[in-house]
Design a protein around this ligand. Sequence first.
Ligand SMILES: Cc1ncc(COP(=O)(O)O)c(C=O)c1O
Length: 391
Amino acid sequence: MVDLEKSHDKLLNTYARKWIEFDYGKGARLFDIEGRDYIDFGSGIGVNSLGYGHQKYVQILSDQISKLTHLSNVYANSIQAELAARLVLLMGDGAVFFSNSGAEANECAIKIARKYGQRKSRDCYEIITLKSSFHGRTIATLKATGQEKYHEYFYPFPDGFNMAKDIKSIYHLINTKTCAVMLELIQGEGGVRAFDKKEIQDLAQMLKKEGILLIVDEIQSGVYRSGKFLASDVYEIKPDIISLAKGLGGGIPIGATFTRIKDIFVPGDHGSTFGGNFLSMRAGLCVLECLEEWERSGGLERLSQTFLQKLQAIAKKYNSKFDAVSGLGLMLGLVCKDPNLQEKIVDKALEQRLLILKAGKNVVRFLPPLLLSNEEMQEGFDRLDRALSLL
Ligand SMILES: Cc1ncc(COP(=O)(O)O)c(C=O)c1O
């Protein structure tokens, strides 16, 4: 038997790993190296939106690998242009920049906002972000992240960020230096917390009036995770900048930054070696095609409703453990009464061969593949029920 923990000792110690190794997946099931099956209600933290081994996805990506995976962005790339056009159709008039991750998508959003601010005045560069937010691990996106625990050791951070403790406080922090407000509509890492719709709509309206940009980080909530293409669609707002990543590639690294300010950049302002490569663009197009059809058929809505009902039934059955169900669409959380329960539930579920995630201090998070079958969903909930009954 390989000692998994020991075999990882040449890796920097950045992840609190579970010592279990998977071999392959099919649908929403993962199989470990000993052939045991697991139901995945986490999809690699909201990434594997089509599940595993999706036939069309596998075919399209295999074909693309055999042709080309990468070329420099100094050459034309019609697949990139096609994915951008498709995203623009879904998000409204604007333009897109492709990168490789969520943090990079947000870095681009920050640069767009700063350049926009510079058009007004040299001192207009400040971005207001929110407490409990999560925007990435690069130095700038870490500073934008409103969780002090991630900041320790990594000072100094770049200037130009200000943290509001809630939506109302944003109004008090705005001044002539403010170029943008950046937020998640449903805070994911912060604890699967959806903001109030009216509060967000009022904020969006005020920002528009003041000429301050609204950046919505939809890296976790985007690409049908919320039930619609964007959580912004659920909130009925039109942000100036939207960042996407995770689910857009269905497992291939991708980042995308959309903005309505189409003329913001000129060549040299921004770029990426790997961003927009053939493989990730094919992956994005395939994910969108499959999920657009799934939403149009009403399947996604039915799945989200049933998943929510089942989770609510669990919250009710174990009401001594849970306060509430939180979130939207298939980005859901069970809020634990006792924060100590969070890790115990995730571990017990793993023993029952169900993968679920943690979020914030006391939330157990559910981000299942968006193409989950009824049978897989039921099996997952049976395992969750069993795990909870043993605690
Ligand atoms: C809302 C949000 N923004 C940004 C990120 C960072 O994405 P990445 O890890 O791809 O850089 C994440 C990742 O969890 C996220 O959930």
